[in-house]
Design a protein around this ligand. Structure first.
Ligand code: FDA
Length: 307
């Protein structure tokens, strides 16, 4: 019931001002966001990489001007240089939202995003790590997959997220299940119309399994991005049936969610990667996390009332 209003609020400037000014929000944001700056986030990265892998996201989306898109590229270059200096190139990669590097700028947005993503991929290559393109709402999928195709010609290690709730995704999984392809499969976090997406949870879960089956049967590298215990168990079974060893796929979860399960999977010898966001542009990311789980909203509401 709360999912739709929260996802609408995620795109509202007025709601953003109210939520950002609420002191208790800031305390809750720390559960999901590793810090406002790279310096603040790095200790969490060092801690997590003792038993897990990470992918870092410099928060930001829907960039409206070229200067901001360029600043985002610089932030990723600094991040990758810091990961290289810390010797973390083999345990840490980066996740990038193309809308943060200019995809929707009025003039030549896609071209700018491609060039900016190239610069990030070049910096990743320099330290021997990978880049994964996040997936935003359904209107962006063709553009993002087009940019992925172009990037992979020079940087074959670049992967992308696919969202199981989209009706098109099984076909996209087939297209991206070849050797060398890296696909992070998640359920999907945006409010999408019935015409393009499954909206019922049971249907989304079934669609997730169908898509995962295609990836596991293929020759690429599946990244199982879900906190759902059933999806985690099914992924393990599909990996086994398809003769995949622990190095041939990985599990991924978000920073601050099901930490004990992350530790358990890593201790079992599974490859477990944590998506670690940092930066000051946390609003959209944070609201999507609230929308995923009503208990998070109740916690926030209680803290506002008892303030
Ligand atoms: P589901 O929502 O069914 O949750 C299963 C269980 O996980 C819950 O019962 C609860 O225990 C726990 N849980 C889930 N969300 C929680 C939360 N917010 N707070 C507390 N507990 C929670 N989406 C997208 O559209 N584009 C993208 O690029 C990405 N990228 C991405 C990367 C990675 C590494 C992950 C793990 C997820 C994403 N997502 C995403 C988000 C994804 O689409 C989805 O919204 C969430 O992962 C929740 O779906 P689950 O598969 O966890 O299942």
């Amino acid at each position: 019931m709360l999912r739709k209003p929260l996802l609408l609020a995620a795109r509202s400037a007025t709601c953003r001002t109210i939520v950002e000014r609420t002191p208790m929000t800031r305390a809750m944001v720390h559960r999901f966001v590793a810090g406002s700056t790279l310096e603040e986030a790095l200790p969490s990265v060092a801690d997590l990489t003792r038993d897990r892998y990470v992918t870092l996201d410099f928060l930001g989306e829907d960039t409206a001007d070229t200067a901001q898109a360029t600043a985002t590229v610089t932030a990723y270059q600094d991040l990758l240089a810091a990961l290289g200096e810390a010797g973390l190139g083999d345990r840490a990669e980066v996740s990038v939202k193309l809308s943060a590097v200019g995809q929707f700028l009025d003039r030549d947005g896609e071209k700018i995003a491609l060039e900016n993503a190239r610069q990030i991929a070049e910096a990743a290559k320099a330290i021997g790590t990978t880049v994964t393109l996040d997936m935003e709402d359904h209107t962006t999928v063709d553009s993002t997959l087009g940019i992925l195709r172009e990037l992979r010609e020079d940087f074959p290690f670049v992967g992308a997220v696919l969202q199981a709730y989209l009706r098109r995704t099984v076909a996209d999984c087939r297209d991206l299940s070849g050797a060398g392809s890296r696909v992070r499969l998640c359920k999907g976090a945006y409010d999408e119309p019935e015409s393009v997406a499954y909206r019922d949870k049971a249907e989304v879960d079934k669609a997730y399994v169908r898509a995962l089956r295609v990836l596991m049967e293929g020759d690429g590298y599946p990244m199982v991005a879900s906190h759902d215990p059933r999806m985690v168990a099914i992924a393990g079974e599909l990996a086994q049936v398809n003769g995949r060893s622990a190095d041939d796929y990985e599990y991924q979860m978000l920073y601050g969610i099901r930490d004990a399960e992350q530790v358990r999977l890593a201790a079992e010898g599974k490859k477990m990667r944590v998506y670690v966001p940092y930066g000051t542009e946390w609003y959209g990311y944070y609201m999507r996390r609230l929308a995923e789980r009503p208990a998070n909203v109740l916690f926030l509401a209680r803290s506002l009332v008892t303030r």
